[in-house]
Design a protein around this ligand. Structure first.
Ligand SMILES: NC(=O)c1ccc[n+]([C@@H]2O[C@H](COP(=O)([O-])OP(=O)(O)OC[C@H]3O[C@@H](n4cnc5c(N)ncnc54)[C@H](OP(=O)(O)O)[C@@H]3O)[C@@H](O)[C@H]2O)c1
Length: 311
């Protein structure tokens, strides 16, 4: 159950900054922390990771945008008054008026052209897209990418960042979101209700699965000979079999969690500043309506990110 409560103001320790939060997203990660619904095989890890008697971190929210209120001893990267955004990840804490984060952690200056609401939406989808497309997939300009689940927070970021990387992007989403993803940069859209992308005869340099319904067995016919599966969402079986597929087929399978890094926040800020990535906002709720914000995320059909405004 989500409710609003008074909590203590966090204390800014050496090496940390205290941020007054203006906006944060309610993400699919918050939905997982609340519902403990995990991909197949990860169920046993849910309670140790997220808490045995409810969320370990009572304040959810894996990202934030706000203003530095205080810089702890030894901090040189930020000063009070700086507008910033960042990713707290498993530590959560974005859905509160204040949070502390390591100054060397996943935090960067907010690009001037973005509002706080937009800036917080850079983080979750953007860092995941960068990690899988650039770091794991090492994708090059001119290569083809299919994004399965292209209209959510990760999907819209993958389409826009893929386009910025010079990829030819095919977006798989519902018919109602086709125009949105092509506006973001997809070369074409496939309606998953009408067409199975894996049996059209087309093949791709990489398939990014963000829905969890496209394991290697389904994707292999739609991968080019050296094509890669970027399994953003997959069960334990997919994770464990990834090295085996990479070793025994001509394909590579990449799976696992994206990290939280300062350099990615800087890169996302640069992409936003150069207008190559403007994150998509599904809807904005004041903190008082956070229950409704979670309900919107729970539908599994948001377009981009759901934002709560806090200060
Ligand atoms: N590995 C990692 O580090 C990592 C990082 C971030 C997220 N994730 C995982 O990635 C998943 C997605 O996250 P998200 O925040 O992007 O979720 P989201 O914003 O809720 O988006 C889900 C999207 O899936 C689409 N969808 C539903 N059924 C579909 C289908 N059969 N085919 C194609 N698209 C379909 C929906 O589009 P329509 O409305 O058009 O149906 C919706 O836009 C989560 O489960 C999360 O746990 C993993």
């Amino acid at each position: 159950m989500v409710r609003i409560a008074e909590v203590g103001k966090p204390v800014c320790r050496p090496g940390e900054v205290l941020v007054r939060v203006h906006a944060a997203t309610v993400s699919s990660a918050d939905w997982r922390a609340r519902s403990l619904r995990m991909p197949p095989g990860f169920g046993l890890l849910a309670r140790p990771v997220f808490g045995f008697t409810g969320p370990r971190n009572k304040v959810l929210g894996v990202d934030f945008a706000g203003v530095v209120e205080e810089a702890g001893a030894e901090v040189t990267r930020f000063k009070p008054g700086d507008a910033v955004f960042g990713l707290t990840g498993l530590a959560a804490g974005g859905h509160a008026e204040f949070l502390t984060i390591k100054a060397e952690g996943a935090i960067a200056r907010k690009p001037d052209r973005l509002s706080f609401e937009q800036a917080t939406c850079l983080c979750f989808g953007g860092s995941t897209a960068l990690y899988f497309l650039r770091d794991r997939g090492a994708m090059k300009s001119g290569q083809s990418l299919l994004v399965n689940g292209a209209s959510g927070a990760v999907g819209t970021a993958a389409v826009a960042i893929g386009k910025a990387m010079g990829l030819e992007v095919t977006a798989v989403c519902s018919a109602g979101n086709a125009e949105r993803v092509t506006t973001l940069g997809a070369n074409r859209a496939i309606d998953y209700a009408r067409t199975d992308f894996a049996s059209t005869g087309d093949d791709y340099d990489a398939i990014m699965d963000i829905v969890g319904n496209a394991p290697f067995a389904r994707c292999k016919a739609a991968l080019k000979p050296n094509g890669q599966l970027l399994a953003v969402l997959g069960g334990l079986g997919s994770l464990l079999s990834a090295p085996w597929y990479s070793l025994t087929t001509g394909h590579k399978v990449h799976a696992g969690p994206a990290p939280e890094r300062a350099s990615d926040m800087e890169d996302l800020a640069a992409l936003a500043a150069s207008q190559q990535f403007t994150p998509v906002i599904d809807s904005v709720y004041p903190l008082e309506d956070i229950v409704a914000a979670h309900a919107r995320v729970d539908t599994g059909h948001k377009v981009g990110s759901v934002v709560v405004t806090i200060s």
